[in-house]
Design a protein around this ligand. Structure first.
Ligand code: GLA
Length: 365
């Protein structure tokens, strides 16, 4: 064989080795920063995590790409306060320690929610529903204990999550919190959180604000709280969106309607499903298995991510954070919602933790 043939073979081998080594490395590309660096003049970039993720190869990606964390489940009432005299701090503490160690911000999620609430909180020793007084007292104890523990580490709390109804005829969601306490639990939650940590920024968090009817109700709730002097500092827009919604117009209108309130805005749970948006859980149907992440769908997702970030940058004087809900397409809550077991690809990193094309569409501006 001629020397040139050896040289060609050597180059091919070397090229494949380098390519393999590069694919294994979670960093984006030599010399470029992470998402947080591209957006350092705009807003922090956060991500929802489990304590387990911090022990895996995802930890490197977290540190290189993000500068804010939210515990996906670890601070929810059912997890952190499973019994009246029983607080389970383990996972939340380890996420808080990771954030401190790596100089990352930490958002607390969430102090009152109708889901993932522990059964005991609504019941007395005989299994009967508790009175408003008892429930509010328990809520106060919960909020005070949890908020004080993470004082100085959690800079912002989602105090109340999803209290507004999706039903256009109803204002508050008819949750057990509401049925037992009326609207009062909302204002009390903010007051108690503020008493426990006067420095923490307190958010009302909800989904589907791109719907003008629901948005109007959220604005009414917040105007009411602000006019009563309740300490509320921000609105969390979850941002569980999809390739087909929101439209540019819906998103712009959302920002334009919220900004006059003068509160901080954050996107708190961002993802872009590759399936058309459905709001309710449903069973799997025959066509579902055929749906995959095709090049056409990938292109729609690239355009949707790019449009959302363009609007986020445009309104960055009001927007103080964008948090993704989950790290990479390896795992997302959307793998089980709205269809259990239907794989989704809603994030900027693929299953190998590599940046997707959509990643480049949000950092090249
Ligand atoms: C809501 C909650 C989150 C999370 C998602 C689904 O958006 O606020 O904590 O549970 O649902 O995972």
């Amino acid at each position: 064989m001629k020397y040139t043939s050896y040289a060609v073979i050597a180059l091919i081998v070397l090229g494949s080795v380098c390519c393999f080594a590069y694919r294994r490395h979670p960093a984006v590309a030599p010399g470029t920063g992470g998402l947080k660096d591209y957006y350092k003049n705009y807003f922090p970039i956060g991500v929802a995590v489990s304590a387990h993720a911090l022990q895996t190869d995802e930890a490197g990606l977290l540190i290189s790409q993000f500068n804010s964390l939210t515990p996906e489940n670890a601070m929810k009432m059912g997890v952190i306060h499973p019994g009246e005299q029983w607080y389970n701090w383990k996972e939340a503490d380890s996420i808080a320690a990771f954030a401190r160690r790596n100089g990352m911000k930490l958002r607390g999620h969430t102090l009152v929610w109708h889901r993932q609430a522990p059964g005991w909180i609504f019941k007395d020793a005989n299994g009967q529903q508790v009175s408003k007084e008892v429930l509010l007292q328990r809520l106060k104890e919960h909020i005070t204990t949890v908020v004080k523990r993470y004082k100085g580490t959690v800079y912002a709390w989602d105090v109340v999550n999803e209290a507004i109804s999706d039903d256009p005829r109803e204002f508050c969601r008819s949750s057990l919190w509401y049925r037992i306490c009326g609207e009062e639990f909302i204002e009390k939650a903010f007051q108690w959180a503020h008493e426990a940590d006067p420095d923490a920024l307190l958010f009302y968090n909800d989904y589907n604000e791109i719907n003008p009817v629901k948005r109007k109700k959220i604005i009414k709730l917040l105007n009411g709280l602000v006019s009563k002097g309740i300490p509320v500092h921000g609105i969390g827009l979850q941002g569980h969106w999809a390739i087909n919604e929101p439209s540019r117009e819906q998103l712009e209108n959302t920002f334009k309607d919220f900004i006059p309130l003068g509160l901080k805005l954050q996107i708190t749970e961002f993802d872009v499903s590759v399936y058309p948006k459905e709001h309710e859980m449903r069973t799997r149907q025959a066509g579902d298995s055929a749906a995959v992440f095709t090049p056409a769908v990938e292109q729609q997702q690239i355009e949707q991510f790019s449009m959302c970030f363009e609007i986020f940058r445009k309104y960055s004087s009001a927007l103080t954070g964008v948090t993704f809900w989950n790290i990479s397409d390896r795992h997302s809550w959307l793998d089980n919602f709205p269809v259990r077991g239907r794989k989704d690809y809603p994030l900027l990193f693929d299953k190998d933790l590599q940046p997707k094309k959509a990643f480049w569409s949000v950092v090249r501006f």
